[in-house]
Design a protein. Sequence first.
Length: 231
Amino acid sequence: MGRKDIVLQMQELFIELRAHLRLNIMRLMNLVDCPACLYDYSGYGASTGKPSEVNTYYDIEAVYNCLKDNYGIKQEDIILYGQSVGSGPTLHLAARLQRLRGVVLHSAILSGIRVLYNVKMTLWFDIFKNIDKIQKVSCPILVIHGTNDDIVDFSHGKRLWELAKEKYDPLWVQGGGHCNLETYPEYIRHLRKFVSAMEKISIQKPNKQQSSSVSCMNSVKHNKCLGFGKS
């Protein structure tokens, strides 16, 4: 199999993983009593443009800047939540913000190509290289993964938890798949426990060299902040 064939498979994988994102996040946030900001990736829902890895990075940066500039939300008051392929943009942003309250990784991937093949090293054309980015995240990370996930193997979640600098007690849902973890009672209980624990954390003041702005991309793409507030 040639390199072009693998790259094509990576593009197909991106589309397939997006199709499995069925979590009702607003219902979830109601259950854990937490306000939420939701947005659509480029090319999905109310967002224009084309779906791609780099566009998901533009999108999450635009949402963060919207919350910061328009609503006065500080990064230390934010818990990022990424499910499946959404773990890619989540860790992209988390690696750049050093004072986040926390991160939740739900059925997350080590990287795109590792979903397809059991490779030991990161290849240049890989996408969503979470295996490299998670080590740059300084806030507590909760990893949730089903032991019977037939889309993203359980080993992905286990390895991400092992690589995290600030580990929170993981939740390995026995018998859980890729799209049904929220139906397990222990899922809500553990998520509530994590949110409660994060609320009690004292965030240290930033040093003078640290900036809360996200401007790592070469150009800035401004999507509208689609939804924020307590539902």
